[in-house]
Design a protein. Structure first.
Length: 96
């Protein structure tokens, strides 16, 4: 009984390690300006995830994260060009 209690946490360890390998996905930007929202969404630079291998979930999450960051950048660039303030006060964390 005592050996089973010692082995159980070690048996669960590979499952925990596998879960942590997934990269967190940045939330898509909240876009309230319709002109800049349309511009950010139709720009080809953000369509990286459409080229992904859907069986590789790590790659899918990585590319979705890149697409969300690129969409946020394009939206903020459009707002700046139009002389409007960008939302939020803290820049999103950039993972490398």
């Amino acid at each position: 009984m005592m050996n089973a209690l010692r082995i159980l946490p070690l048996a669960a360890l590979p499952l925990l390690v596998a879960c942590t390998s997934l990269e967190p996905v940045a939330a898509p930007p909240i876009m309230t300006d319709p002109v800049c929202r349309d511009e950010a969404r139709r720009t080809a630079e953000r369509d990286v995830a459409r080229q992904s291998n859907m069986t590789n979930q790590t790659q899918v999450r990585f590319l979705q994260n890149q697409e969300n960051q690129e969409e946020r950048r394009l939206y903020n660039d459009c707002l700046r060009r139009r002389g409007l303030p960008t939302p939020g006060g803290v820049e999103a964390v950039q993972r490398s």
